[in-house]
Write a protein that binds this ligand. Sequence first.
Ligand code: ADP
Ligand code: MG
Ligand code: MG
Length: 878
Amino acid sequence: MARYVYEFADGGREMAGLLGGKGANLAEMTRLGLPVPPGFTVTTEACRAYLASGTVPDGLDDEVAEHLRALEERMGRRLGRPEDPLLVSVRSGGRFSMPGMMETVLDIGLNDASVLGLARMSGREHFAWDSYRRLIQMFGTTVMGVDGDLFGKALAHHPDPGELPLVVAEFKAVVREATGEDFPQDPADQLRRAIRAVFASWNGERARLYRRREHIPDDLGTAVTVQAMVYGNLGRDSGSGVAFTRDPATGRPGVYGDYLPDAQGEDVVAGVRNALPLQDLEWLDPTAYMELRDYMRILEEHYRDLCDIEFTIERRKLWMLQTRVGKRTAEAAFRVAAQLADDGTLTENEALGRVDGRQLAQLMFPRFDDTAAGPSLARGIPASPGAAVGAVVFDSAEAVRRAAAGEKAVLVRRETTPDDLPGMVAAQAVLTSRGGKTSHAAVVARGMGKTCVCGAEAITVDPRARHFTLADGTVVEEGTVVSVDGTAGTVHLGELPLAPSTVMRYFETGECRSELSRAVDRFMRRADALRRMEVRANADTPEDAERARRFGARGIGLCRTEHMFLGERRPLVEAMILAENDAERERALAALLPRQRSDFTGILAAMDGLPVTIRLLDPPLHEFLPDRTELAVRIATARALGQHPDPHDVRLLAAVERTHEQNPMLGLRGVRLGLTVPGLTAMQVRAIGEAVAERKRAGGDPRAEIMVPLTAAVRELRIVRAEVEQVLADVSSETGVDINCPIGTMIELPRAALTAGAIAGTADFFSFGTNDLTQTTWGFSRDDVEAAFFTTYLDRRIFAASPFESLDEDGVGRLLRLAVTEGRAAHPGLTTGVCGEHGGDPDSLHFFHRAGIDYVSCSPFRVPVARLEAGRAALADE
Ligand code: ADP
Ligand code: MG
Ligand code: MG
């Protein structure tokens, strides 16, 4: 028969999956000989069975009864026995810590008779009645579902401590009235029901939300720990507290924590009364204090990490009630890991395992000085970390105008679209009232390293009136200065003071003067030495290329050429699209050529000696033409006024209509453009070839690679490759410079992955465009689906994280693995990279490492994160 209950003495920290973190660590402390009130833990397996079937598994109640008997024997008391009752707590705790998210019931075992016994036994009547009213309150709300406010009101009727028996009577009446049932007097019944309620609290709303945010799986279940009560509320020589072995904000070793005399544990956390600093315990109870410091040292040495602790002192006797490896800020994570490596507690590799890319990303942004933050105006989703201050503006143009005038702006939109891009670039931060972590605003802001709070639903944005309104009706007009905290997801009125990021300075200049930047430097070096994957950057300008290089990128993995078709070059692109014969088209392309060439020359110079993967034009042509409605309105207005519409407008509209597509994502784009628009590929390749020649003649070491997007069939690539080789040969013989560019393709369609063996015969490299590959594998258009139904999909657990944020290993990942394996089999020297946004996502990076990918490419700001995570991924192979 399955075993569902473990005594503390039979467990240990390695059993957290079965006993929950709390149960496993209580067992561990028991093993270490620390004073832990005895008890036992019901496994998460029992919880899973309960959640699946609605009833506890066979034999569980008997097993619990047996362990309870052993506990009673040991304590020399019986659960709820009137003369000297044993009381227990029933505590929740899953595999991963979810502080305060599930239920705990204290003082189980009290009833109308045992409360008198407890009073006699302790010599404190008030204490006994207070414990009883706490039990009815906790049991009533968590087990019987009574509205907690009803107890609060009843308590207010009897402020005098002497009236506690009246409070208890009233609480019992509240329970009866709300549930039609009496508060259960049978201690065994109380215990049974409390265990079931803790199981059920796994699926409480709070717990579910928390798990979603922290990416904790929903199917783990909670363990239930039943433990003899100890009493911190027995007078001035008793109390409860929490402690950290180091400062969780900075990692500094020392005594950090709170202590509340004459109180039960939950009072400390709830902040019922103001707690004392833990140091005060040194003179309140020197013996207990020394003992606690001792245990803290033992625990830190044992766990080899920062620990947090719950303890209770009952009449000068110290009891340890909980410990876990403590949550900490990103800064503390780096500093603690470095300190523990310094003192030899951890090896360098172990220490590297203690920090991660998400923490590093946080440290790269300037932050608000926490001490100065007041109440916030609004709260949303912390989409892109950082701290930004600026005047609110409501459209892209205004943000651009203010930036040009040297002012700082915060762009506030309901949601953003690609049209908002210039404003997003110009603004200090982006705030939206709609959309989640994968909305346009969030994704683009993260890519740019721009602060962003999205989905602040309490604000109503009115771009026409140029203001937004808060839930309470307050109106915030354009020009009002706000502070946006992208780490906390909050917006504040006025300018909060900033603390600059020393970590960013370290990456920009190599300067490491603070302890924090020294710690970062140490782990970056370690990760660089360990990692197998190279890290490149996605960059389209020399400035981005230079920054990427400073941040440690070893080349460009994706240089998009479409940005080179915008701005003042648009008329030339229009001319190319409108061309009615070869001569016209050639003229337009010839005009574009020198401009493209100088773009490439600049980027190749910035990345001298390192690969620059240039992608041939990818987006559908209509993206370079004006908006259809706008043109139609302009023409119709002219006609209505009896004027001749501008003939250029008329031709443009015809072109727009000709190139209009129902599903542009699946239309004429990528390699299909190169195959259908004569001269386009030749012009781009010539610009690349000539740029390479120019750099070589100038003594440089240009390493251009030519990348063909959206290939589905090997024949597409063969045709384009032949053309590319021809043009490069022409440029070579014209310039007398030897030009040798690897030619490869993106793998971003399922068909490309499925026929990778054949394609690899014609490709020098594969670069996985995981954004499009995700869209085409799922049949999702990202722009359409994220806002429309991703929340539902997340709610209904169809996926745990958006597949655009974290690579879908089972589906998209399978295609990727297949393409890598079959591509390499057909072409042993094939280089493989990833240039989708997933290249900067920690979870996805670990997958790419396992799949044998040679390099990832991500936005310059993500490069350090990718370096660190690529190193951590390699730790698993050591
Ligand atoms: P959470 O997971 O929300 O922290 P806990 O199970 O730790 O919940 O319990 C809530 C509070 O009750 C804590 O402060 C804890 O120290 C206290 N507590 C739990 N069990 C006991 C016990 N057996 N004796 C005294 N206090 C207890
Ligand atoms: Mg706790
Ligand atoms: Mg693509």
